[in-house]
Design a protein around this ligand. Sequence first.
Ligand SMILES: C[S@@+](CC[C@H](N)C(=O)[O-])C[C@H]1O[C@@H](n2cnc3c(N)ncnc32)[C@H](O)[C@@H]1O
Length: 294
Amino acid sequence: MTEARPVVKWPGGKGQLLDRLEPLFPRKFNRYIEPFAGAGAVFFRLHNLGLIGANPRVRKSPAIVNDLNAELMNVYCVVRDQVDDLIEELARHQAHIGDEAYYYYIRNLDREPGFVRSSPVTSAARTIFLNKTGYNGLYRVNAGGLFNVPFGQHKKPTVLDQPLLHVVSRALQRVELMSSDFAWPLRQARKHDFVYIDPPYQPLSRTANFVAYTAGGFGWEQQERLAEWIGRLAKRGCYVLINNADTLEIRALYEAVFKGRAVDFKLQSFETARSINREGKNRRGAQELTVWNY
Ligand SMILES: C[S@@+](CC[C@H](N)C(=O)[O-])C[C@H]1O[C@@H](n2cnc3c(N)ncnc32)[C@H](O)[C@@H]1O
């Protein structure tokens, strides 16, 4: 049977880390809230484990999935609500696999007047197609917000995976989907909710090429604002699990947040190969920090 998993490849995807994260998931919680969902690898794993929506006393939607990237969240919405129309549209793209000129034609549609009026289904199919056939599954827009990833030399990309889309569509039923800044979904968090926080990481060095997920950025001030929110969540009695780069600054930030709390926080450091945006000799391992408060 097909298991639920991400329908797009996303920079910072937690696929490789999932098996290490799984033992850290709380086994019982009310709602699940993910403010920086990306491709949603953790959400889908929790779904497969039967942990989402397991508490019958929670009447609201069992989960909130959010990402600031509106194009990405449109994919989730369309998979949830219009999966058959999406499959039809993806079948049309699938027929052009390997055709570089077609890739650039679809990619450059965002330069055309009227692009903003394309339907959610057309737009989601384009996003999936570009993600599967563009270079390295990157998401990158220029200063004007135009998608500028070059054609990728994939041998046989699967643009249309029908069984997966159906499984993911079922997993998303009743899930609340949002595209806002992280503070908005975090406002909804209550006692015993499980909040998984996987923000854009602090860059490893000042010169490191920072991953541009959205037109804006995620600088140190944002890391501090997020840390304040984490403090609020801990105070409310949420189960909070956080990933970030393992740097002295990030450790100090979270230590300050959890200092003096009734429940102590725990911390683990993992070695991971962060491959996206790093090629050849720059493709080096980086320590990844995991912090939780339960
Ligand atoms: C490290 S990625 C998450 C990876 C994800 N957990 C996965 O498994 O694919 C961080 C995400 O945060 C989103 N993001 C950036 N700034 C944000 C903000 N202010 N509020 C909410 N999401 C934001 C980006 O669009 C990006 O998808």
